[in-house]
Design a protein around this ligand. Structure first.
Ligand SMILES: Nc1ncnc2c1ncn2[C@@H]1O[C@H](COP(=O)(O)OP(=O)(O)OP(=O)(O)O)[C@@H](O)[C@H]1O
Length: 313
């Protein structure tokens, strides 16, 4: 199978570039010699993946963090979210800051598992998340992801972290420092929620996550029980909580997932969701700000596949 290796040397604040010779050696041991393609700018991995696909590649090894893997995946999809080549397989190699897809696959702590999966013939199907909202320029945006979408306070934390120069230098710790700064200035607002076509009414929302994977935000257990191949998304709503309540009562419990037992936290599952807010509310997908509400989100069950040593369950 023709293989394309796409490398973001700037992932993990440049740490991926430093580790690249060692990663390359591990990959060559398993795949044989290859010509890597280095991303030149944000978004470039999508074009590299699309060009390689048109050139006949079907195995796409994405070296970087979730941003790089997401961009690579988007290069493999048509505008409706279908794989342009149904036999294409994505192989994430953890070289970014959070590497949540690798973590969800059980490759987070041991990169050798990711190298082995990149060379194996097995596949594992993953649900694809489709998000439609309003972009920064006011025009509709449609994007595809695999981790989770966030709106409200969590999306604002992500946006502020990616925009801040000091936060970029700090890497993963930046989220933890940015979170109290954002939360102490944030207020819940009314959001009308529809799940699987059924209106649930308008209720105050501090933040909400619509999750495909259980983990997110740098290894936090944000959506306990979420499975990335069950054809469903898990909605975690943090409702009308005070700023101090959010900071002291909910946030410390995100690490082990016990926040879902908090009286202001509600969980549910569905295939499609719509969120409409009274005031402007940001939307984040897989760690990147993509726009604002109104937001429509749905799942394309088993929409793509990752490389796997074990055959698909
Ligand atoms: N040549 C480049 N110069 C600058 N930025 C780049 C370049 N190539 C890719 N990028 C951008 O780098 C950003 C960060 O990459 P990525 O998300 O893979 O790593 P990370 O943020 O360290 O990891 P994670 O998302 O897992 O926390 C992405 O938004 C990507 O678009």
């Amino acid at each position: 199978m023709k293989t394309s290796v796409i490398v973001n040397r700037y992932a993990h604040k440049g740490g991926a570039g430093q580790r690249w010779p060692a990663i390359k050696a591990e990959l060559e041991k398993r795949l044989g010699p290859f010509e890597p393609q280095f991303t030149q700018a944000p978004g470039h991995a999508t074009r590299l993946a699309r060009d390689a696909l048109m050139g006949g590649a079907r195995r796409f090894v994405a070296v970087g963090g979730d941003g790089t893997v997401n961009e690579t995946l988007n290069g493999l999809l048509d505008p409706s979210g279908r794989l342009l080549a149904p036999d294409s397989v994505l192989c994430p190699i953890p070289a970014g800051t959070a590497n949540e897809l690798c973590r969800a696959l059980g490759h987070g702590a041991d990169p050798s598992k990711a190298y082995d999966a990149a060379a194996a013939t097995g596949r594992r199907a993953i649900d694809l998340v489709r998000v439609r909202c309003v972009g920064a320029d006011g025009r509709p945006v449609e994007r595809f992801g695999y981790l989770m979408a966030a709106l409200g306070a969590a999306a604002l934390v992500s946006q502020r972290t990616s925009q801040s120069r000091w936060a970029k230098k700090l890497g993963g710790v930046a989220y933890m420092l940015m979170t109290p700064a954002v939360i102490l200035g944030y207020r819940s607002c009314g959001v009308a929620i529809t799940v699987d076509g059924i209106e649930r009414g308008t209720r105050p929302l501090f933040t909400a996550l619509i999750a495909n994977t259980e983990n997110g935000g740098g290894g936090l257990r944000l959506a306990p029980g979420a499975a990335f191949d069950d054809g469903l998304l898990d909605l975690v709503e943090i409702g009308d909580v005070s700023r101090l309540g959010a900071l002291l009562g909910v946030m410390p419990r995100l690490a082990d997932g016990s926040h879902v037992g908090h009286p202001k936290v509600r969980t549910s599952r569905g295939r499609s969701f719509r969120f409409v807010s009274e005031i402007e509310m940001l939307v984040d997908l897989d760690g990147e700000t993509i726009g604002r509400l109104p937001l429509d989100i749905d799942v394309l069950p088993r929409g793509f596949a990752v490389g796997a040593v074990e055959p698909m369950p």
